[in-house]
Design a protein around this ligand. Sequence first.
Ligand code: HEM
Length: 465
Amino acid sequence: MDRIFLDLALLTIVTQLFFFFAFFFFSKTNKLNLPAGSKGWPIIGEMWDYIQAGRLGAPQSFFLERMANHSPNVFRTKLLGQDMAVFCGPAGNKFIYTKENKYVASWIPSHLSKKNGSLAIYPSLSSSLRDQPEALKEYIPMMDAMAKDQLEEHWAPHKEVKAFLLAKTYSYTFGCNLLMSVKDPKHIARMYGPFKEMVSGLSSLPIKFPGTPFNRAVKASRIISEEIMAVVKQRRREIMESQETAIRTDILGKLLEGSEDDGMVCKRIVGFLLGSYHTVSIAITFTISHIAQYPDVYESVFQEQMEIARSKAAGEPLNWQDIQKMKYSWCVVCESMRLMPPSKGSFREAITDFTYEGVTIPRGWKTHWTVHTTHKNPKYFPEPEKFDPSRFEGKGPAPYTFVPFGGGPRMCPGREYARLEILSFIHNVVTKFKISKVDPNEKVIYRNSPFPANGLLIRLEPVGN
Ligand code: HEM
């Protein structure tokens, strides 16, 4: 009897404490002048509308409609189960980029960041790539050689190819080579299955149950981590045994010079592989798609690249000066990334209450910056659906309106690597093949990023025929 009495008393105290803290929390939040917007449905929030906008081929409409209805500066929503403030337009982008660690800090959905039973793949800050611009120049001949090899092996024997599929193979093989000098085709192929499985888990529902894509992805991420850990350990041994600098020239070698343990180095390599795989292959695919679609664009890219090719001796690889001459081709890549952004943007967490444009963002809320508030906004890009590379000539778009790589201290550390990789590939494609689309009306599907519904089937004719 005493025991029941004690339990009841304890329950009453716990309940009262709960209501006290709930009242305290809600009254505090209610007093704040929160951004206008909607929390949507219980639990799922506005996730359904967000996914639906992507399904209809216009992910930007979710954001542009709310900017028109609530505020062009910042609105509230609920996505990924989180209260979220979406920062809009160039001013919103700039604010988030420049307030890192003052008001906001990086935030990654928990199923992608927790260690146990999840895809623990994202390292925090990736300084190792950020301080590499000079070193990257030295990789250009290797990038050129890899593009040539890939085209010779996977494109040249065919009359038609699925460009998206091959751009992914290229980007992955390229990553294995440049990041950790894994060149053996058998080794690369062995890791590709689990790697693809792990990638598909990133956009699946985080349900960890036998047979679900997420569960398979978690298992695959363990296999990949083990494979890459073996490479890291092997390299560590080589560095200890010999003092040769040659084994430090790739990104793994540079990482191992730092003070991080092997586990963190391994995570960073996986993070870089993932960071580059989809983004670069999407940028390459849609650049090829636009070149093949618009004859005038094709002609200008072709002339620019042929002039570079003609200026070189037989067998002489591309170099830094050649890449600098690819100005028009880079405008075409940028306009492709404006219309088909490889990454939609990213999230942060408010680390303190702060005010922006007269509203308060409470500590703990998530914030989102996204390309979708500017890239197809007619205020910044007139006739936003029109493919027009000349937007990037001269001064180019207004600051913080074209943001495929983000901005500020967390701006993509791989952007220069991506520029060199994409341009080397495009150079080799257009100087080798005349390309045309088999289905000019192929649909584009959006999951996290856009991709061609049928893989972008391209017809190839050798240049000169
Ligand atoms: C067209 C290609 C690419 C695009 C559009 C792209 C875009 C982005 C974006 C938008 C972010 C998030 C920035 C933010 O949080 O504000 C990011 C982060 C990142 N990217 Fe890229 N990226 C590309 C290529 C690459 C490549 C080639 C690599 C590696 C070699 C890479 C590695 C990373 C890493 C490690 C991060 C996380 C940085 C951090 O947390 O501080 N990316 N990228």
